[in-house]
Design a protein around this ligand. Sequence first.
Ligand code: BGC
Length: 716
Amino acid sequence: METETWIQDIVKQMTLDEKIAMIHGAGLFRTGSVERLGIPSLVMTDGPIGVRAEFEDKRWIPNGMTSDYASYFPSGSALAATFNTELARLNGKVLGEEARGRGKDVLLAPSINIKRTPLCGRNFEYMSEDPKVIEEMCVPFIQGIQENDVAACVKHLAANSQENDRMAVDTIVDERTLNELYFKGFYAAVKEGNSYCLMGAYNKLNGEYCCTSRQLLNQVVREKWNYDGTIISDWGGVHGTVEAAESSLDIEMDIHSDFDEHYMANPLKEKIENGELSEGLVDKKVSNILRLMKRLNMIGEDKGKRKSGTYSTVEHHQAALDIARESIVLLKNEDSRLPIRKEGLRRIAVIGENGIRIHSNKGGSSELKALYETPPLLGIKKILGGNVTVEYAKGYEVADNLKAVYEDEESWQASSTQEVDISKIRVKTDNKERERLLKEAVELAKTVDEVIFIGGLNHAYDLEGIDRLNMVLPYGQDRVIEEVLKVNPNTVVVMCAGSPVEMPWQDKAKAIVFQYYAGMEGGTALAEILFGDTNPSGKLPETFPYHATDCLPVQLGEMGKPGKVTFKEKLKVGYRQYDTDKTEVAFCFGHGLSYTQFQYSDLKAYVSPSKEEICVKVSFTVTNTGDRAGKEIAQLYVSDVESSEWRPVHELKAFRKIYLKPKEQKQVEIKLGKDAFSYYAQKQKQFIIEEGSFVIEVGASSRDIRERATITLGAF
Ligand code: BGC
């Protein structure tokens, strides 16, 4: 029987109670089942960096078993920094396999919100400031997950780019900006990734709560995008029965365990029984859920063929390492300071608290009970072995009271829909102790062959529920770095963080490495880069401004405030702002060095003669001119020479990661379609192309353009 008819057939057999059971949480991470008809619960889990620990069904209390240790994968930012779409697929595949192995149906990942400013507390989960990077990385990631008969649940739709007042803030965004920036990743997730589920965001968008917005869910997602997947609310993101019923939301989830009182539980049933709302609204939701279950082989004739998955395997740990290796960004390497030569080393110093910190178990809903996590000091000691003495000094004190966020009640999540009192977390360091740690570090730095400083942020700053106030390094780290650099100017500085930090010592340090939270093998990968076993090949998927106040939304006061936030900067987000306004930045979008050098040549671009579809064929050559094999991320930007509407100076439209042996060269061929030249015209309510000239730029970063070519598009 045809699937849709089969679904309708089941719906007809269901009582109202049975239908209602399916459309809201019946446990913290599952819906109700209908045993009579063989319909199971839909079981969900976080999240983007690995499958979260098991909780009791009705309380936010970890069930305390030891069988839920999972593989810990690099965060969304780290994955994006690889610019490697094959690794994105691999990441999705192993993550989906872990979810299925743990018996889950829906994985609440990936998190793909735009990094609108450097300050959003959840930036570490998110991929990029640029929608093209998000699209290219999230599509294979989703497909990889779903190969395992597990649904991806792409989150959080939409314009969810701040954590302060996250449950209520009304984000006001114009239609063009939404379509060109904030919707792009979700659209690709639906159209190309075929994501089976979407999660609504907590915030409001233009006056309506995202989880139940008619404009967003009914008109855009269902009607315009023709989406027939399942839409799930964020936990506690629903605020009314009528709006929920009439919107295209399918499942209401909440952090509270009064499941029968959820808006789409008894209150909805009553409104249907007294004739206020029609049962047909529920039927649509149930149909969408049944379609999802069919796609996952949870029901229907292929039920017996459902994949079984597996988790915490050696292969998965290897995948985590492969991704981590390519995620590390070499920001600066004056005098070829890196890699550090292992030969002849006797005594080195590692300074900084991130040298020894475990990050996997914090951050909010993406927290993880990792089977293991290799912090940098362990990675370094592993790689150097017993003949080198590796001394460690903390350098500064992490005094923050993370317990105030995480262990207040039963768990962090039990109170996660309330605002967090920041003053409870941020604790001042004791002066005496601070001086002692600084002195200890400086003294150590004087006496060793090499000094590696490993600092940055942790999940007291990269944190669900709270935005950062600025980009300043906490715990007085700047002073420690400055003082250590004074006694050892060759000190290598490593920043581990989920988002950009100010680096006032940038000019003084010869080598700077940036590592996003890079998963269970992060420390191993970092050590390999520092000591030259791996050639760095990550690039920044976001701009690092000098200060947060360089960022327009922050300047305009339209970031992090409660109540209403207007995206007045419109398209001026990330390099679209900095490059257009020629603002000096610490490190530009797409920047990242290698231990070898790459040359670009022979750029050719021509418009293919086809009348029906725009196609511009671009080719160029990349040569590895150095003496080490390496990978280059070649970036292609398009610039509209003349436009009747404002456009950014250029926009990323394609990238390729190319592996080249020493002296090897490869020709890169890229076909650009309509999407590369169009913008969203508000009047016509669609993407349009204006005829005229466009400049095609290729290069190593948004500010290191090596070749340019001009093409002219006629009328279409
Ligand atoms: C987060 C979601 C998460 C959900 C379930 C919410 O607090 O915003 O990303 O999937 O909790 O844990």
